[in-house]
Design a protein around this ligand. Sequence first.
Ligand SMILES: [Zn+2]
Length: 238
Amino acid sequence: MREKLLALVALQKVDMEIAALNKSAGEYPKQIAELEQLLGAARSATEAERAKLTDLDRQKATMEQTIIEEKDKVKKWEARLTEQRSTREYSALAREIDIAKKTNLTMAEDLIELGKAQATQRTAFQAKEAEFLGRARELGEKMGALRTKLAAVEAEVKGIGGRREEAARKVDPGLIKRYEHIKKKKLPAMVAVVAPGTCNGCRMNVPAQMYNTLRTTLGYDLCPSCQRIIHAAEALEG
Ligand SMILES: [Zn+2]
């Protein structure tokens, strides 16, 4: 009986290892996804700065174009000024020209301000981009390390299959059937009952009669509380 239980103990040890490996294999993709999210956020922040810069570039180009057009207009008006016959028409056009020139001056000042804002924004964008590139490299390295670990764990899970098969072959067919059934819900599926009759799986006491029987037969039973396979702690002692 002791050999039967020891064979199951060995199998359970392999299963616990597999469970731990599967847990890591499940954790790594989550960690990788979290890093990808951080990288995405950093990229968005950089893109936002770039968009502000592009907007200023566009505003400045539009204003430059408007200034050229307005200056052209003034030139044409000034040429027309000499053709004016009546004083009233002459002074009306001269006033228009005056207003247009003032507007052009204001726009020229605005253009200077836009140029300054553009330079400031270019610096801000370049700083953000440099920061992003550094962050991307750092996150990339972390993700690479996690992917390597994940691949190693997956390879280990594959490799452990043979060991499990070998351990499973040594377990009594009746016992393994019960074990596999419990294992689907609980691991460890087999636990010891320790004095004064406490199940190591659920920490509940088994009936005194059951505990006595386990200790005298050194066999196994099922815990009435958690349904795990139970044996007296003494059953494994040689
Ligand atoms: Zn129990």
